[in-house]
Design a protein around this ligand. Structure first.
Ligand SMILES: *[C@@H]1O[C@H](CO)[C@@H](O)[C@H](O)[C@H]1NC(C)=O
Ligand SMILES: *[C@@H]1O[C@H](CO)[C@@H](O)[C@H](O)[C@H]1NC(C)=O
Ligand SMILES: *[C@@H]1O[C@H](CO)[C@@H](O)[C@H](O)[C@H]1NC(C)=O
Ligand SMILES: *[C@@H]1O[C@H](CO)[C@@H](O)[C@H](O)[C@H]1NC(C)=O
Ligand SMILES: *[C@@H]1O[C@H](CO)[C@@H](O)[C@H](O)[C@H]1NC(C)=O
Length: 433
């Protein structure tokens, strides 16, 4: 057994990813932008960090406290060119803030743009990569979200985008401090192809909008593989559509970022937010909360603390799920089957219902296990429902031992997520044991 695992490991190609050792599983944390926008100050960040700790979110993996745009002063330091924080919002400076966040057992992140200005009109880092990276490192920054506004047209081919984003990647490396590099170029020029060695994650689309499926012409793409203008106001399920063909590109240290979470911000129903959290987890997207964590209702808290779903996202295999089929529903919308593999020969699968009505669907195990083959899919599996609690109150109640097919009820705009564990007798029959 040990011998065959070793030869398997030797047969695998060298894993390519950014060489800072970070984000071996998708990063988790909280960011200011989706709820607070530019309305931030030192207290916004410290209160959120305190709430992450007091709600026990750290134990679940939420680790990074991220300051997004609008932390900057009106201008850089006139003599050195170094970045400076807005003294009215951050009277004690960023280093003091990072120290306080570190003292709570959390990590600290900041934001800039690979352009002359940030999206909020503050100074950007284009041409200032080295001094900015050095300054962030001296402040104790652990994470950089790096946007794409005002890029002076240095985009349009993967090579130009690569060079612009690689300049910051190299500057971060040169600091000697491991700083997670979260690229936010909205999928432009295909970062899932050009950025796997230079960034820990890359956004795949325009900004998320806190809505389930509203069409918005400001998010004009239908397909990120052929997209000229990523835009923004992208409804949650549109981002899932964009992600579907790209997920194979991700893995440990290099993730597709479906954008920050909107759970708790009020634009979607409970079932829609359950879909949002589940599908981001299956896609192995970073899970970055974007709500006001200092005031969460019980529905919000129950979704973001589902440790069975988080375990899917944080599975050490780092293998994103795939979309196995789409079935159109009469009256609009569709059913989608997704499945993926986890460590220890376990699997996760989900059925998503974007239609306006409750649906029941008969799912064939051969479809769930397409990638493992018909002999494997013909076996028997113990199914656990990751949104049902067991008798001890733990997420992931056992449903049944299933072979052949399983009938699944999915409410409108909802999702069902199951873990599948092969029953050993059928693994023996398949010659596996
Ligand atoms: C910088 O890159 C080198 C290899 O290119 C790597 O060994 C090192 O760990 C990196 N350092 C940081 C801080 O990311
Ligand atoms: C956090 O954990 C502590 C200790 O286990 C517990 O007393 C407290 O109720 C928890 N708080 C929340 C909000 O779950
Ligand atoms: C990357 O940095 C180099 C050296 O500073 C600079 O000449 C080049 O223009 C930069 N590339 C892009 C695309 O910004
Ligand atoms: C859909 O299912 C939910 C949950 O079982 C139920 O509350 C709701 O009434 C159903 N809606 C319709 C239109 O049947
Ligand atoms: C479900 O599908 C399987 C094959 O995929 C079929 O054998 C079975 O009869 C179906 N069950 C129902 C209730 O339609």
């Amino acid at each position: 057994m040990a011998r065959s695992l070793l030869s398997l490991a030797l047969a695998l190609p060298a894993v390519r990813a950014m060489n800072n050792g970070l984000a071996r599983t998708p990063q988790m944390g909280w960011n200011t932008w989706n709820h607070f926008g530019c309305g931030i100050n030192e207290d916004t960040i410290l209160s959120a960090a305190q709430a992450v700790v007091s709600n026990n979110l750290t134990a679940l993996g939420y680790e990074y406290i991220l300051v997004d745009d609008c932390w900057q002063a009106d201008a850089r330091d006139a003599s050195t060119g170094a970045p400076v924080a807005d003294p009215s919002k951050f009277p004690n400076g960023i280093k003091d803030l990072a120290d306080k966040v570190h003292d709570m057992g959390l990590k600290f992140g900041i934001y800039s743009s690979a352009g002359t200005s940030t999206c909020g009109g503050r100074f950007g880092s284009l041409g200032f990569e080295e001094i900015d990276a050095q300054t962030y490192a001296s402040w104790g920054v652990d994470y950089l979200k790096y946007d794409n506004c005002y890029n002076e047209g240095r985009a349009g081919t993967p090579l130009i985008s690569y060079e612009r984003y690689n300049n910051m990647s190299r500057a971060l490396n040169a600091t000697g401090r491991p700083i997670l590099y979260s690229m936010c170029n909205w999928g432009e020029d295909g970062p899932w192809n050009f950025a796997v060695d230079i960034a820990n994650s890359w956004r795949i689309s325009g900004d998320i909008y806190d809505n389930y499926d509203r069409y918005d012409s400001r998010c004009p793409c239908t397909d990120m593989l052929d997209c000229k203008l990523s835009g923004f106001h992208c409804a949650m399920t549109r981002i899932i559509d964009f992600a579907a063909p790209l997920l194979q590109k991700a893995g440990p240290g290099k993730w597709n970022d479906l954008d920050m979470l909107e759970i708790g911000n009020g634009g979607m129903t409970f079932d829609e937010y359950v879909t949002h959290f589940s599908m981001w987890a299956l896609a192995k997207s970073p899970l970055i909360l974007g709500n006001d964590v200092t005031s969460m209702d019980t529905d919000t808290l129950s979704i973001i603390t589902n440790d069975a779903i988080i375990a899917v996202n944080q599975d050490p295999n780092g293998s994103p799920a795939s979309q196995m089929w789409i079935h159109a529903v009469d009256g609009g919308g569709q059913l989608e089957l997704w499945s993926g593999s986890l460590v220890n020969n376990q699997f996760v699968w989900a059925v998503m219902n974007t239609s306006p009505s409750n649906q029941t669907v008969n799912v064939s195990l051969l479809d769930i296990f397409t990638d493992q083959g018909a002999a494997f899919g013909s076996g028997t599996f113990t199914m656990y429902d990751l949104w049902q609690k067991d008798a001890d109150g733990a997420w992931g109640a056992k449903v049944a031992d299933v072979s052949g097919s399983m009938s699944v009820d999915v409410v409108t705009h909802g999702v069902r997520v199951f873990k599948a564990v092969p029953v050993s007798s059928s693994r023996r029959a398949a010659g596996e044991l």
